[in-house]
Ligand binder design. Structure first.
Ligand code: AHG
Ligand code: MN
Ligand code: MN
Ligand code: MN
Length: 335
């Protein structure tokens, strides 16, 4: 007789989701079926990322997306794969993607479904062709209670981040790691490519109370509102006990993943050119903010909690400052 996988120390993400689900009364299995669409898609994306350069997956796709950005081939591939893997899960009524101008209502009778899923299919476009970490983000919402909106699936994603029922990301880095939360802590899984499974590697992740790095695009510093520069100077002077060093990858998922594991602070402030910053609320800032808070960190946009903002547009942008308790307390004192 064989020992169950879990007893041998292998917990797959699928198994983990199922056991999380038992905490919710009336849980149906639909939710784990939904998440399996995401894990399948990200495994397909990981495969393409690993071979980019050999499989005609580098360079531009040719079109400009709704964000005003040149789409890369991998942006288009990842977007297609996620849409395809999620469109046939009947519990999902609508999708929002960074790469699609409009919300995608999945069926004529989509209002009978339960969930909305928003995603950034490929995060870190500028890093794709140079072998540096990229990612995927996703967040899941229940259809809203309010009957008018419930009957209009196109609007399901216009909910505050505090309403997320699940959020996560995959970082395609030196290893492929999936991090997710259903509001019961944050858990990380490493893809074992030899068996094609995400296996539990980081249980109940907690962001350290303090780190030693700040992470921001310092080239824009003169264009940040002055208190951001003053805050960075304060960190560098050592007023919090360490003279901070910096790390900036330019892929939000990778920069946040480091911040989650090591602590510290990530900032994408407003700039003179982009008064709301660059990051998109629905599938970048909110996803990260939900995970940060679940791990004991703090995420703010200006002086309000990022997850308290009620979106009016699916692609709206917000400034984001996210990190460890200590750095975030200090930020709030200066903001
Ligand atoms: P995306 O590739 O999904 O469009 O996101 C890019 C974002 C984010 O990953 C990163 O934090 C930020 O762009 C970097 O922007 P800068 O080049 O302005 O620093
Ligand atoms: Mn983009
Ligand atoms: Mn992104
Ligand atoms: Mn993207």
């Amino acid at each position: 007789e064989s020992t169950p996988l879990a007893d041998r120390g292998f917990v797959t993400v699928q198994q983990h989701i199922l056991s999380e689900q038992t905490r919710f009364p009336g849980a149906s299995g639909e939710f784990s079926w939904l998440l399996s669409g995401i894990t399948l898609a990200t495994k397909l994306i990981a495969n393409k990322v690993r071979l980019a350069g050999l499989n005609d997956m580098t360079g531009r796709a040719g079109a400009v997306n709704v964000q005003g950005e040149q789409q890369q081939k991998l942006d288009v591939y990842a977007d297609g794969v996620l849409a395809e893997c999620l469109a046939f899960r009947e519990s999902i009524g609508m999708l929002v993607s960074e790469e699609s101008e409009h919300p995608l209502v999945l069926r004529e009778d989509a209002s009978k479904s339960k969930y909305a899923v928003v995603f950034d299919p490929l995060d870190g476009s500028s890093n794709i062709d140079v072998g540096v970490s990229v990612g995927t983000t996703f967040s899941v919402f229940h259809k809203p209670d309010d009957p008018a909106t419930a009957n209009d699936p196109a609007k399901w994603a216009l909910q505050a981040g505090s309403k997320q029922v699940a959020a996560g990301y995959v970082v395609y880095g030196s290893s492929t790691i999936l991090v997710y939360s259903v509001g019961n802590g944050v858990h990380g899984f490493t893809l074992d490519p030899s068996i094609g499974a995400f296996l539990l590697s980081h249980e109940n992740m907690q962001m350290p109370q303090q780190g030693r790095y700040y992470s921001t695009n310092e080239a824009y510093r003169d264009r940040f509102p002055p208190h951001y520069g003053e805050y960075i100077d304060m960190l560098r002077r050592g007023e919090l006990g360490y003279k901070y060093s910096s790390r900036y990858i330019g892929s939000l998922v990778a920069d946040f993943h480091r911040t989650l594991l090591r602590g510290g602070v990530f900032l994408y402030p407003p700039t003179t050119e982009q008064p709301d910053g660059k990051l998109r609320l629905l599938y970048e800032a909110n996803t990260i903010a939900f995970l940060a808070e679940q791990a004991g960190g703090v995420a703010l946009s200006g002086d309000e909690r990022t997850v308290d903002i009620v979106p009016t547009d699916i692609h709206q942008r917000v400034p984001l400052v996210v990190g460890s308790k200590m750095e975030m307390d200090a930020y709030q004192r200066m903001a």
